[in-house]
Design a protein around this ligand. Sequence first.
Ligand code: ADP
Length: 375
Amino acid sequence: MILIVDDTPENLISLKKVFEKHDFEVDTASSGEEALKKVLKNSYVLIILDVQMPGMDGFEVAEAISGYSKAKETAIIFLSAANTEFKFIAKGYSSGGLDYITKPVDMNILLLKVKTFYRIYEQNRKLNEMQKSLLEEIEFRKEAERKKDEFISIASHELKTPLTSVKGYVQLLERSVSKGDSETVKKHLNKAQSQLEKLNSLIADLLDISKIESGKLKFNKQNFPIDILLDNVIEVMTQSNPEFKIHKKGLANCEIYGDEMRIEQVIVNFLTNAIKYSPGTSEILLTINVSNDELYVAVKDYGIGMSPEQLDHVFDKFYRVEETSQRFQGLGIGLYISAEIIKRHGGQIGVNSIYGEGSEFYFTMPINLKTEFNA
Ligand code: ADP
């Protein structure tokens, strides 16, 4: 928008008319003071400013405007009967542009100048936008790079820990074998095996991530009895975590159409987290039911819980709650993979949690989605 400032009403009217005829949006002010008020309120691309005005003259107005950060990009064209005072114009004024036209105004020249200023303004605006989006993009890359580096370092550490344990147990095994101590051999073999399972599941998660990234995570869907799956999972989890009692509430009483191993992976992930993030507790509640052809499975713990801000991110890739990441081992990818699996079964995943009281992770999915779901 252009602001025309002139104390002579006829000048205002005639200039306004010409610019509006050329499709410019125009505002007017009949004194310097009024102009300053308008500049504070509105954004102008250009101000056409009469120099000789009673009260504040054009130069004073320009000088005052130069102090407004809002008008940093605004150009000014002075209209003056005398041109000797031009040297005063630049004093203290640095704007988007500055020009000077003597009266009587040659409208063609004025229009040409206005159009040029508009073009410069538009180019400036586009350049600023481009610069802003480039800066944002650079930041986003930088951020992705930082996350990747952090992930590689955590992943290497997570892989090295069970590997070092296995190495230790194999050395111990060697000694117990040569001593013929079969009891100790069995104990060390069990320990090595459980570390190898940990290693195996870490590598499987890493492979899943790369499959998701490349769109190659495939599903082998068929009908399976979900109640039996849950009982088996509870049995295995209780065996490896005897300090926890996993209560089951409800029954599906039907078959589910989906990838059995992948659904099991999600439930195991929920239960593993429920155990991991609930030190000092011993109860977990697993709820299952089916209503309106929709399966609902939830795992509730009474552990550390999460704050609302943390909840917003738990399904993000590589996300780990900062304040607990030192205390608990993990890669921050289990829930991301679970969310992908549930999404690809046409379902929804979610969590309710109260900081310090516990969390409840749940998912829903249609029980008989026969057509391949490829969301
Ligand atoms: P990981 O446990 O390997 O870090 P996940 O993707 O399974 O990765 O979980 C992401 C993050 O969500 C965890 O690091 C943890 O901060 C938080 N979280 C997950 N489950 C729970 C839970 N039951 N209680 C509290 N925090 C949890």
